[in-house]
Design a protein around this ligand. Structure first.
Ligand code: NDP
Length: 478
């Protein structure tokens, strides 16, 4: 049987674009469909615009910080519209680059929705196309809330296009997005309340990181409401009244809900192809990204495994190489470094103290210090660095940091951990002075052992109930 394409990719985000262009580069006849925006979540309503907004928020404290260095800078005012317009222009530029990468690689581009008609046939816009192999790379979308008044809230997709900066913001959700946007709004001058159902934000991260971040956010003036959740939101004209489960009432101008993301699988016609999903709606795949239908693959957030852009691009690249190139590339997906661009940022690679302790005795090396810059600024902002070392082998199992430049520093450390570096390797490494990063190679004294009865990681959250998934699929909420 002949097909229109050797490979058809549904979704033009990080995973899909990489897969399509590498496959086309290997000589495959490739089609790719994207209905919304090239670059997907990361480029348009995720990592990239978020990081620009984090950068914008960091300028807020600079006039004050500069005083200790002898500068007199009058506190400025921030123009939200300028930020959004400049961000939009940069995103438009990146959209164009993504599109041109595909054209340049020789892929056939469709700006339309695609859905399965049968295992080898898709309806793309109003055209039927057939493909020998099909890749599902449709990503995910924010999970909308389902409490009373959910329609008065926004989710992250909306936050990038607000006409003006809200003065009083309630952020609900203690994950990446909640913590990052809490820092953005606070840095730009808003009053921010962060509501998390756990006592501390960032469940799953090292406990010392979580505590240090919560302390830093509080020192910065954010209001943290841990161990509770939003019960209801009422509109009072343009304002919002938020009622928490513990009875607290908060007056706000914006309620921003960031309680996770769900895979984009509805409307794809997966039944027509026989592609299986799990109870959360994610496409189930094996280690080779194969779905329940052998010639249909899935990559990126739609598989709901490690929902990070670099993992999605790695999966797309590896799949294209495996199908049409010299063989699969191998990425170290068991030790993926990750960062939360909170204020201050958090970055981590490898096992937490709590995870390591479950495997056996581990040595903990920890330091907290005021970065050199803040010795003069007077800002109450401390950094934390931590190594988790396997006692028996001396292999460094985890490296964790809260503090300025943490993502830049931990990216480098992740190479060492992926190479199996031991504590002795760290110790014989000469530092760069004066930097914060050098602390990671000068941690001489063990702080404590992690063994015996250790704090257990908090249990996983209850899986979403059918009602929550149903609400998500109906697109209820903002
Ligand atoms: P996360 O999964 O990171 O966090 C979700 C948060 O919402 C958790 O604090 C969770 O609490 C809480 N939550 C979930 N359900 C409920 C509920 N029903 N009621 C109250 N609280 C709830 O999701 P995000 O939306 O923040 O981000 C989605 C994903 O996007 C991330 O997991 C990450 O993979 C990716 N991302 C990565 C970024 C980066 O690399 N810097 C930046 C932004 C996003 P609990 O912990 O108790 O479950």
């Amino acid at each position: 049987m002949t097909f229109d394409f050797d490979l058809f990719v549904i979704g033009g985000g990080s995973a899909g674009v990489r897969c399509a262009r590498i496959a086309a580069g290997h000589g495959a006849r490739v089609g790719i469909a994207e209905a919304r925006f090239w670059g997907g979540t990361c480029v348009n309503v995720g990592c990239v615009p978020k990081k620009l907004m984090v950068m914008a928020s960091e300028y807020g404290a600079m006039p004050d910080d500069a005083r200790g260095f002898g500068w007199t800078i009058a506190p400025g005012t921030h123009d939200w519209r300028t930020l959004i317009a400049n961000k939009d222009a940069e995103i438009a530029r990146l959209n164009g680059i993504y599109r041109r990468l595909l054209d340049g690689a020789g892929a056939t581009v469709f700006e339309a929705r695609a859905q399965f008609l049968d295992p080898h046939t898709l309806l793309v816009g109003d055209r039927r196309v057939s493909a020998a192999r099909i890749v599902i790379a449709t990503g995910g979308r924010p999970l909308p809330p389902d409490f009373p008044g959910a329609e008065h809230c926004i989710v992250s997709d909306d936050a990038f296009f607000l006409p003006e900066r809200p003065q009083r913001v309630v952020v609900f959700g203690g994950g990446y997005i909640g913590v990052e946007f809490a820092g953005i709004f606070a840095g730009l001058g808003s009053e921010v309340h962060l509501v998390t159902r756990r006592a501390l934000p960032l469940r799953g991260f090292d406990e010392d990181l979580r505590t240090a971040l919560a302390e830093a956010m509080t020192a910065q003036g954010l209001h943290l409401h841990g161990g509770t959740e939003i019960r209801a939101v009422a509109a009072e004209g343009a304002a919002r009244r938020v009622t928490l489960a513990d009875g607290t009432q908060i007056a706000a101008d914006l309620v921003f809900v960031a309680i996770g993301r769900v895979p984009n699988t509805e409307g794809l016609g997966l039944d027509a192809a026989g592609v299986a999903t799990d109870g959360f709606g994610a496409v189930t795949v094996d280690a080779a990204q194969r779905t329940s239908v052998p010639h249909v693959y899935a990559i990126g957030d739609v598989t709901n495994r490690i929902n990070l852009t670099p993992v999605a691009t790695a999966e797309g690249h590896a799949l294209a190489d495996a199908l049409f190139g010299p063989g699969p590339r191998v990425w170290a997906l068991d030790r993926v470094a990750t960062a939360v661009f909170s204020s201050p940022p958090v970055a981590t690679v490898g096992l937490t103290e709590q995870e390591a302790a479950l495997r056996g005795p581990a040595e903990i090396y920890l330091t907290r210090f005021t970065p050199m810059r803040h010795a003069l600024t007077g800002r109450k902002r401390r950094s934390l660095m931590k190594l988790v070392v396997d006692q028996a082998t001396q292999v460094v199992l985890g490296a964790h940091m809260v503090g300025e430049d943490a993502p830049e520093i931990v990216q480098g450390l992740s190479i060492a951990l992926n190479c199996g570096a031991t504590k002795a390797d760290f110790d014989r490494t000469v530092g760069i002075h004066p930097t914060a990063a050098e602390e990671f190679v000068t941690l001489r004294t063990r702080t404590r052992m992690a063994e015996g009865p250790t704090p257990q990681p908090e249990p996983d959250a209850q899986p979403l109930g059918a009602a929550e998934i149903g609400a998500a699929e109906a697109g209820v909420g903002a």
